[in-house]
Design a protein around this ligand. Structure first.
Ligand SMILES: Cc1cc2nc3c(=O)[nH]c(=O)nc-3n(C[C@H](O)[C@H](O)[C@H](O)COP(=O)(O)O)c2cc1C
Length: 227
């Protein structure tokens, strides 16, 4: 089939189409959806929030099993997604504010995720958790240029690493989890303004061209804008 859509390269991983499936928590975005999207040429995403809840590892009478269940269920879901799509691009979405975020990031990297997307807050420590897996692409979510700059500067100085792509959350429209949205009432604020500020910062100050993936209002098919 002829397509006018360009491939999407994030770090070392290349999807046939510039489409990243939205992460939807509590097992909406599990292995089957992620594997099918990856097989179809997009980036399939497994959402980790509440992933262990209806797994055999969670015992509702023993609340402490929640975090262990999340980790074990993530291992299972990644293996299932990979069996559905042996060569596709499969990512894992983790919310930064959750208690088991570091453990889930380490597990995702160790168990073969191609990329990790974070949401909910600025992921300042993410490279620390994946240091042993340099091929795992890191894709944090930010909602404005200040956050993008803060994150890039922190990663560069602490880890000598930059994100492999950024997700720009259109906080005027997004229906999911906000990463941060203080500028929403600033006159002239728009996602287009954020895109051009972040693009300029990345190319002129950091000297990199990475994909900017915009989310919000488009639900399951965030659009990609190349730097
Ligand atoms: C049911 C549901 C669950 C979601 N869970 C997550 C999640 O776990 N992590 C995350 O980063 N975003 C989550 N989102 C946000 C989506 O991934 C996506 O970014 C958002 O839906 C895009 O905004 P839009 O729906 O306004 O287009 C969720 C969205 C929905 C509808």
């Amino acid at each position: 089939m002829h397509s006018s859509l360009h491939p999407l390269q994030i770090g070392k991983h290349i999807a046939r189409y510039p489409i990243m499936q939205a992460a939807m928590a509590v097992r909406v975005s599990g292995a089957k959806l992620a594997g099918a999207v990856a097989n179809a040429g997009g980036v399939g995403m497994i959402a980790t929030l509440g992933i262990g809840l209806d797994s055999p590892y969670f015992n509702p009478r023993q609340k402490s099993s929640f975090f262990t269940a999340n980790r074990l269920a993530l291992i299972d879901e990644l293996a299932k997604a990979r069996s559905i799509s042996p060569d596709g691009v499969i990512g894992v979405n983790i919310l930064v504010g959750t208690k088991d975020y570091p453990e889930l990031a380490k597990t995702a990297a160790a168990e073969g995720a191609n990329l990790i997307v974070t949401g909910g807050a600025v992921a300042l420590n993410l490279p620390e958790y994946t240091a042993d897996y340099p091929d795992v692409a890191l894709v944090p979510t930010v909602a404005n240029a200040d956050s993008a700059q803060y994150l890039c500067q922190t990663w560069k100085s602490r880890y000598n690493r930059l994100p492999d792509a950024l997700i720009l959350e259109n906080c005027q429209k997004v229906g999911g989890h906000f990463t941060q949205c203080e500028q929403i009432n600033v006159p002239g604020f728009s996602i287009g303004w954020v895109i051009s500020q972040v693009r300029e910062y990345l190319t002129e100050t950091m000297g990199v061209r990475i994909p900017l993936i915009v989310t919000g209002e488009l639900a399951i098919a965030p659009i990609l804008i190349k730097c």
